[in-house]
Design a binder for this molecule. Structure first.
Ligand code: ATR
Length: 267
């Protein structure tokens, strides 16, 4: 049996064990996947202990993704640009770091929802870690323009500058969002945690696909999208399953059937 797990703090509500056990069943692999609560000041120590017990890899969630980036001995370009790691694979003495968040989002959009980003205008709200983690895979889809709007404008401007070698991107403050519709709006702010929706021009949502990285609840962003005539409103559950599938494939080489798992979780 191969051992895997997910590190976080808190970790109790993680759906990852359920998702990975369904992947294991689908692919006929004998896998044990557990939740591991690491102390806030003890991530690296706990992770090394897990590896020394024979684990082949693990996922990392809040608040340890940057520490996991530092723990990895090698990182993919994706993880390097994200500056964060959500998946580690043991390979001999190496701990290889990957970030599957952006790939998960892109796969949910393109494969599950049939939404191509190629040639589209995309607006991301927020310029924190969540946005940094998804930018490279989004830009790899070659949108016509990827705009980052943030409450603190300078963070959006800096982030766009960092990624401008990978595609057409720009950053500005929330007050500079135009009243013209875009194709896709992605909410990557943590405003919903405070029950808030960033105050932006409402016309931007008219006919747009509105995607919230959060899942499990109807967020203020989703309510705002509905009120302002969005064409489609999606939560981040599909992204959660797709980022897990990309991690599963990274570890095992096997591609699970994600649509089946998403359907199971929704029901
Ligand atoms: P995460 O890792 O989830 O991205 P983060 O790095 O703390 O968390 O970033 C949170 C993002 O949500 C930031 O872009 C933040 O805006 P600021 O950079 O101005 O702080 C944004 N955010 C949080 N609460 C918000 C609110 N009430 N309205 C608008 N944006 C908000």
């Amino acid at each position: 049996m191969d051992y895997y797990g997910v590190f976080g703090n808190p970790i109790e509500h993680s759906l990852s064990p359920i998702i990975h056990s369904q992947f294991a069943k689908q692919t006929g692999l004998d896998i044990k996947y557990e939740k591991i609560l690491a102390p806030l000041d003890g991530f690296a120590k706990t992770a090394h202990m897990f590896i020394s017990q024979g684990a082949k890899g693990f996922n990392i969630t809040v608040p340890f993704k940057i520490e996991a980036f530092n723990l990895a001995t090698q990182c993919s370009l994706n993880a390097q640009t994200a500056g964060a790691v959500n998946t580690i694979k043991k390979n001999g003495n190496e701990l290889i770091g990957e970030n599957t968040d952006g790939i998960g989002l892109v796969n949910d959009l393109t494969k599950n929802l049939n939404i191509s980003l190629n040639g589209k205008t995309v607006l991301i709200l927020g310029a924190g870690g969540a946005t940094r983690g998804i930018l490279l895979p989004l830009l790899n889809q070659q949108p016509k323009r990827l705009m980052i709007a943030n409450r603190t404008a300078s963070k959006a401007i800096d982030l766009a500058k960092d990624f401008s070698i990978y595609g057409n991107t720009c950053g500005f403050g929330l007050d500079k969002v135009k009243n013209d519709p875009v194709d896709v709006i992605i909410n990557a702010t943590s405003a919903s945690l405070d029950g808030q929706m960033p105050d932006i021009a409402t016309g931007v949502a008219n006919g747009a696909i509105c995607y919230d990285l959060m899942y499990g609840t109807q967020t203020p962003f989703m309510d705002w999208a509905k009120t302002n005539n969005a064409k489609m409103i999606v939560d981040g559950l599909g992204m959660l399953v797709e980022q897990a599938a990309a991690a599963f494939k990274f570890w095992t080489g096997k591609q699970p059937n994600t649509q089946e798992v998403i359907k199971n979780l929704r029901s």
